[in-house]
Design a protein around this ligand. Structure first.
Ligand code: UDP
Length: 473
């Protein structure tokens, strides 16, 4: 039931909840500016899409249609522990189907532009063939885009000298980061090679949408805009966070529990849509929460030594069986433990939530800013260490626990950091800075805000291209 007569934007996400939802939330914003347009989302997936993605897709307005491509099986992907490689390769396997759907869409409707998730950059070639405007949607920070843009220079620097993991690197306009905090693909040869190749492709389209805003990352955005000199357009259009909620079985229980707590007294603990901890770290975190004496709401997943294990494939075991013996009984007054999933947007927006122990996935970062909740930064994989550096060192709105020589955050350290965030002297300043960022975030997406203006400029380009297309046909 795709309306044939309406001008169209084709959108290609990549597999995984957080490479699907953000690009669709972005589509909703664009449609708000262009109510007469229609978006068709062509969805590649690995296996069957997770329940969270399915529930989300049911909430879409009628101005967005979805086409599901035949799923790629996990077994068809290279045997690597790197999520980025798996996601990107799964899109590569889906390219013939993407092309087929795009061709058929273009022959029946007035498509003006193609917007693809960063891992679906392979589809950009089709935009050229079909004479469409092309955009990449990066559901991440401007700092990550800076890393893409600076990567070949950084590669030269890193291969001509030996820099230890504790030495720092400064990307143009960004807060310095330690070499060990470079995104996970930098620490594997296949991942690094693919990162460098992707970096070249990122700067091919007409524009790059980045889910950030000028006031949050002004240094990085300005440096990027200077460097690309107009093409591709670097367009900060955020913060784009999920609006509205998707129903979930844990939802009602957890919100009812929050209703009973004191204002800003609860620490919410979650590692994103698929982050996991190894068993020994899960134990330390459990004891650390208990020792801290603070109220907590913890989304627990079954442990795994691979941090991104549950991103493309949810674990089936009951995660609560992996908690230390007696933990649930001892903490039944102190905390609530939820298996695998929580309605995060509502939790962060709840007046009882006062802190967020987060893996610093970019969506979680933006959601914490929008809802004014200070953070304990616990990065696990992907570019999460960059995000943690931005929050801790750049913006001073987060604390980060120290890791021992075995790579573990120990219970005493965890408890200390939790108390520091929830009630320490530093927390007053952190809360003030967070409130300031919350206001800046709200301003950026107001009617005359920086991100709204940027998006309106792109909307005008799309409208202009439509006139051109219609004249030709
Ligand atoms: N999320 C949620 N409930 C959960 C875990 C995650 O609603 O229990 C949502 C969260 O609100 C965010 C997204 O899933 O929008 C996670 O995105 P993020 O970029 O933080 O991490 P990723 O899943 O990509 O590692």
């Amino acid at each position: 039931d795709i309306p044939m007569e309406k001008p169209h934007i084709a959108v290609v996400p990549s597999p995984g909840f957080t490479h699907l939802v953000p690009i669709l939330e972005f589509s909703k914003r664009l449609l708000h500016l262009h109510p007469d347009f229609h978006v068709t989302c062509i969805i590649p997936s690995v296996g069957s899409p997770p329940p969270s993605s399915k529930s989300y897709l049911q909430t879409l307005p009628s101005t967005i249609s979805s086409i599901f491509l035949p799923p790629v099986s996990l077994q068809a992907l290279p045997d690597t522990t790197l999520l980025a490689v798996q996601i990107e390769d799964s899109v590569t396997l889906s390219l013939p189907y993407i092309r087929q759907e795009l061709n058929s869409l273009c022959s029946t409707t007035r498509v003006v532009a193609l917007v693809v998730d960063v891992f679906a950059h392979g589809a950009l070639d089709f935009a050229k063939e079909l004479n469409l405007l092309s955009y990449i949607y990066l559901p991440q920070s401007a700092m990550l885009l800076s890393l893409y843009s600076y990567s070949s220079k950084l590669d030269e620097i890193l291969s001509s000298e030996s820099r230890g993991p504790e030495e720092s690197i400064t990307l143009p306009g960004c807060v310095p980061i330690l070499k060990r905090d470079l995104p996970l693909p930098f620490h594997s040869s296949i991942g690094y090679k693919q990162f460098l190749q992707r970096a070249k492709r990122v700067f091919v389209p007409d524009g790059i949408f980045v889910n950030s805003f000028l006031e949050l990352e002004s240094g990085a955005v300005r440096a990027l805009q200077e460097q690309v000199k107009g093409k591709p357009l670097v367009c900060p259009v955020g913060p784009i966070t999920q609006v509205g909620s998707i129903g979930h079985e844990n939802g009602a229980e957890c919100l009812a529990w929050l209703d009973k707590q004191e204002p800003k007294s609860v620490l919410y603990v979650s590692f994103g849509s698929g982050g996991t901890l190894p068993q020994d770290q899960l134990n330390e975190l459990a004891f650390g929460l208990e020792l801290s004496g603070q109220k907590f709401l913890w989304v627990v997943r079954a442990p795994n030594t691979l941090a991104s294990a549950a991103y493309l494939r949810a674990a089936v075991e009951d995660p609560l069986q992996f908690l230390p013996h007696g933990f649930l009984e001892r903490t039944k007054e102190q905390g609530l433990v939820l298996p695998s999933w929580a309605p995060q947007i509502q939790v962060l927006g709840h007046s009882s939530t006062g802190g967020f122990l987060s893996h610093c996935g970019w969506n979680s970062v933006l959601e914490s800013l929008v809802h004014d909740v200070p953070v304990i930064a616990w990065p696990l994989f992907a570019e999460q260490s960059l995000n943690a550096a931005l929050l801790v060192d750049g913006l001073s709105v987060a604390l980060r626990p120290k890791i021992n020589q075995n790579g573990l955050a120990e219970r005493e350290e965890i408890a200390k950091v939790i108390r520091g965030l929830m009630e320490g002297k530093e927390s007053i300043q952190i809360r003030k800075r967070m409130e300031h960022l919350k206001n800046a975030a709200a301003n950026a997406i107001k009617e005359d805000g920086s991100s709204t203006k940027t998006l309106s400029e792109v909307a005008a380009i799309l409208r202009g291209s439509l006139v051109y297309h219609d004249m030709k046909s």
